[in-house]
Structure formats: structure tokens, C-alpha cells
Design a protein around this ligand. Structure first.
Ligand code: ADP
Ligand code: MG
Length: 320
């Protein structure tokens, strides 16, 4: 996935994992991550998604259950977000030079029109009974990059839980899912990064016992074209990379696939629309908006309720 991963498991007995157990767990974790990569990466030539993308015909294309579930969830999130999350944006992602095919520095109106004819969720037909995906015209592609990382985190988490671990943290490239407690027996403390190109700054720390935190931003993965910052996130409504003051969107959800997908969608929608949609759906979200050299925080009511800032935190009732 072109990034790092980090997993913490807390042993009920305390102490460290025995080396052979540790090696076994590492193999399990990497097995899950590899599986998602092998099935869903557009950078892997013979992944299911790449084969679907190369598939010229409109005949239904059979996929694994894993891939089918992710495509289904991405489409559902696409509907929830008024088309902001659109896994058919691949041809546009490639055109702006973020996909596996390299750069095409400038996209002319005519070229954009041609590409956009292949983009839109209405081009896809899913059949859950036989687990197939069909495109209604040749050239329609699927790009699961906005959500696959989150799904991989969910699969690793489920695997560890099925192995009997209940206190754990799984992170892949900044997206995180936690369960249970940390090594101090407290809820996990997760940092929401300040959206700057250099790593390190933390804007907010939240305490989470169970669930996932995903952040999408235009502050790290971008290209400079003619002196302008071009984001890797495409607005399907215009066919162009997003360009606005929203620097990052962080979302908390029970699963990381959902958090990951929504975070990307919120970046597309921009501050006001994203905030309103998150509020209406009671989604905890923190939007960081550029303001001079700093950032303005826009947190939804659900976010403020779940993660009260230090200082106005409501004390926990003492245990009986
Ligand atoms: P990251 O992979 O950097 O964590 P995201 O989760 O936000 O970022 O996913 C961004 C990726 O999703 C892009 O690199 C691109 O492949 C794809 N993408 C871009 N725009 C959209 C969109 N509107 N809907 C779905 N996927 C998108
Ligand atoms: Mg995402």
C-alpha cells in the first residue's frame, strides 16, 4: 500500500509476546494486508480490481467476497455523500498523474469530457447473488484506494480479535482502529495530525475505546503543476482535483473502511457541505480549515460530545 503499518496488542497477562508467537502474529497481520493488496490494488497488475479494469466487455465479472464487500460499501458511501465518494474516478486520477500510469500534466476540456464519460457510479451493476460486477461500457474502472486501507485495518483487527486479543491498536499509514484498552488500562489516545507537509504536529488528541479514526487531507499527497498545488482527490462533480481551504477531514466510525471512505468524501465536499452532512448523519468529524498560517477547527456536535476538549471534559462517574 506504499506505506507503513503498526500494530499493538496488549497481553492479558502483561509482558511481552514470546518470539515465536510474535512471528506468528506478524505473519497473520501481513497475510491480511497482502490479501487486500493482492485483490484490490491498482498497482498490482493482476489484482481483481486491475483485471476488472482491463476487462473490456460489459459481461458481469466475478470477484471474491472480500472485494465485493468493499465495492458494495464504497457505493453505499457514495450514495450517502451525494456522489462525493466515487470509486469510478480512476481515469481522472490517472490523468492528473496520481495513478499507477504516471503523469499527464495538463488535462484539456475535450480530454476531460472524454474521461468523464467513463466516470460515475451508474456505470456499475452489482449482483450480490452471484457476486459479480459489471460495467455498462468499456473503459469504466474501479479505484478502491480511498477505502481499501481502512478495510485492511478492519480485517487485521477482526483477525486479532478472533485470535483472542481484545486490547489492540492497528494502524496503516495514519488510519487507525482500536479495541479495548492501552497498556495503562486506559482508552487509547490518538493524535489528529496538524495538516502540514512535515510530520509531527498534533492538533488534537482523542480518547477512543473502540472504533476507528481516519484522516484524509490534501497536505501530503499532491503535485505542483504550474505553481499550483494539485490534490490526489478528485471532485467527481467537476472532474478536477479538489481545491479549497479544507486541509484535512478526520472521521470516527465503528469500522475503518467507513471512516476512511467518509474522510475522503468530506475532503471532496469541502468544509460547509461536509460539516452539514456529518451533522445530519450524527457522524463525529473534525475538519481543519486553512486560516493564514494556522487552522480553524470545525468539529461536528457528535465529535464534541464524544471527545470533549481537555478543560471542559465531563468527569467520569467513579466506579461503584
Ligand atoms: P490516502 O490514500 O492518501 O489516505 P484517501 O483515503 O483520501 O487518501 O484516498 C485518496 C485516493 O482515492 C486517491 O489517491 C485516488 O486514488 C482515490 N480518489 C480520489 N478521488 C476520489 C473520489 N472522489 N472518490 C473515491 N476515490 C477517490
Ligand atoms: Mg479515505
Amino acid at each position: 500500500m506504499g506505506t507503513y503499518y503498526r500494530v499493538k496488542v496488549i497481553l492479558p497477562s502483561g509482558g511481552d509476546l514470546a518470539p515465536d508467537r510474535r512471528a506468528g502474529l506478524t505473519a497473520l497481520i501481513e497475510g491480511e494486508l497482502d490479501k487486500v493488496n493482492r485483490l484490490m490494488s491498482t498497482y498490482v497488475d493482476d489484482s481483481e480490481v486491475s483485471l476488472f479494469n482491463d476487462h473490456r466487455s460489459t459481461e458481469p465479472f466475478a470477484v471474491s467476497e472480500e472485494t465485493f464487500v468493499v465495492i458494495g460499501e464504497a457505493i453505499e458511501l457514495g450514495q450517502l455523500t451525494q456522489g462525493a465518494l466515487d470509486i469510478t474516478v480512476g481515469p481522472l486520477v490517472d490523468a492528473y498523474g496520481f495513478g499507477p500510469d504516471g503523469a499527464l500534466p495538463e488535462v484539456a476540456e475535450s480530454e476531460l469530457r472524454r474521461l468523464r464519460a467513463r466516470v460515475g457510479l451508474h456505470h456499475l451493476r452489482l449482483d450480490a447473488g452471484v457476486r459479480t460486477v459489471a460495467k455498462d461500457r468499456s473503459g469504466v474502472e474501479i479505484d478502491l484506494s480511498s477505502i481499501a486501507k481502512g478495510r485492511a485495518i478492519d480485517l487485521v483487527t477482526e483477525k486479532l480479535v478472533s485470535e483472542g486479543y481484545s486490547d489492540l491498536m492497528v494502524e496503516v499509514g495514519g488510519e487507525i482502529r482500536v479495541a479495548g484498552r492501552n497498556v495503562l488500562g486506559k482508552p487509547w489516545r490518538l493524535g489528529i495530525e496538524r495538516p502540514q507537509a512535515s510530520r509531527g504536529g498534533v492538533q488534537r488528541v482523542i480518547e477512543l475505546e473502540s472504533g476507528a479514526l481516519a484522516t484524509s487531507g490534501d497536505y501530503r499527497n499532491f503535485r505542483m503543476i504550474d505553481g499550483e498545488r494539485v490534490s490526489h482527490i478528485i471532485d467527481p462533480r467537476t472532474g478536477r482535483p479538489i481545491s479549497h481551504w479544507l486541509a484535512s477531514a478526520s472521521v470516527v466510525q465503528p469500522t475503518c473502511a467507513r471512516a476512511d471512505g467518509l474522510a475522503t468524501a468530506f475532503m471532496v465536499l469541502g468544509t460547509e457541505t461536509a460539516w452539514k452532512l456529518a451533522k445530519e448523519n450524527d457522524i463525529p468529524a473534525l475538519l481543519l480549515v486553512r486560516d493564514g498560517d494556522g487552522f480553524i477547527e470545525r468539529a461536528t456536535p457528535a465529535f464534541e460530545r464524544r471527545f470533549p476538549q481537555e478543560g471542559n471534559r465531563i468527569p467520569r462517574p467513579a466506579p461503584e
